[in-house]
Design a binder for this molecule. Sequence first.
Ligand SMILES: [Fe+2]
Ligand SMILES: [Fe+2]
Length: 187
Amino acid sequence: MDRKKPTDILEEEHKIIQKVVAAMAVGVEVLETGKDVKADTVRNIVEFMRTFGDKCHHGKEEVYLFPLLGHRGVPMHGCPLAVLIHEHEMGRVLVKELASAGEAYGKKATSAKAALIQSLKGLIKLYPDHIWKENYLLFPMTNKVLSEEDQKDLYEKFEEVERSIGEDTHERFEKMAEKLSLEMQPI
Ligand SMILES: [Fe+2]
Ligand SMILES: [Fe+2]
């Protein structure tokens, strides 16, 4: 097959997400030393996680890859799919908490900084493990289970996801991910 495998696309997206997780870690370090970060940078992280992380990336996994694996005999209620779906849900909750903490932090509300640190730490703990499970367990298994035809269909579905979020959205967030660690410097 000349074209990339769907799992290659997802692995590339993981690298982009990891850059944002690294920016979160920089943010925690800055906040824990008593300094401040820009509330706009926190807002950008929230926007990245909602659009790139959830709509684009989790969309490809949850709407297309996981159900297809289910149809090919991988149990939906056991390990690893149910665990991964649960982690996506946890991620959504944490991003929601990050959004509220970030808004409160922007308004200089009392205890907003502690809530901000807590939600960032939750995401920093969740994502690397989640990505590890997908890269080293789910994707090798996916490439054993799916036929060439399945891979081709899935690739086309992934392109549909890209079109549905907007043609240049992926690139915009990829560029944002590059800059977030630098933006997360003390102010
Ligand atoms: Fe995932
Ligand atoms: Fe993933």
